[in-house]
Design a protein around this ligand. Structure first.
Ligand SMILES: [Zn+2]
Length: 166
């Protein structure tokens, strides 16, 4: 049976037809009942495969969307960082806190420690222009200059820092 299933073409109809041929050839009075059972098993398997397919398509799409809609924001009033802030649709910063206060700005990420090593987790930095302060922004952790769309290290460097556990 296993061989027959695997050697069939991948079409669901061909699978069903193949099963019927295999089990219909045995003869005897119980032939019809056997066919029905085997067909039911085949149909159940197809339904399960279909369900898995649907789950893979829609499940992964939802996960992806959820991840891309989240950004790191920093509260200009309290300095509090939210690394999984859900980006509101069609809204420009400052975004509102859960209390409705518009004080959340996209954080720039600085990946360096004071010694110049790449860190596994970046420092979230509020730009001076968002904080209403003059001059260029310096990272409070390593004192490096931080700009809008702050350039970061390569993925490999970050991965290496994570391996080191720093
Ligand atoms: Zn820094």
């Amino acid at each position: 049976m296993g061989f027959e299933l695997q050697s069939d073409s991948s079409s669901p109809l061909a699978k069903l037809a193949g099963l019927k041929d295999v089990f219909g050839g045995g003869g005897g009075g119980s032939k019809g009942a056997g066919d029905k059972i085997k067909l039911a098993v085949a149909v159940a398997a197809l339904l399960a495969a279909g369900g898995l397919f649907v789950w893979q398509i829609f499940g992964s799409t939802i996960d992806l969307e959820d991840a891309t809609n989240r950004i790191v924001v920093i509260n200009a009033k309290t300095g509090e960082v939210d690394r999984r802030f859900r980006l509101p649709m069609n809204e420009a910063p400052p975004y509102a806190t859960s209390a409705g206060e518009r004080v959340l700005y996209p954080a720039e990420l600085c990946w360096y420690d004071p010694e110049g090593n790449v860190m596994a987790e970046p420092t979230a930095v509020l730009l001076n222009e968002y904080a209403g302060k003059p001059g260029e922004t310096l990272c409070p952790h390593c004192n490096r200059r931080v700009v809008k769309r702050n350039p970061g290290p390569s993925f490999a460097e970050i991965e290496a820092a994570r391996q080191r556990g720093k």
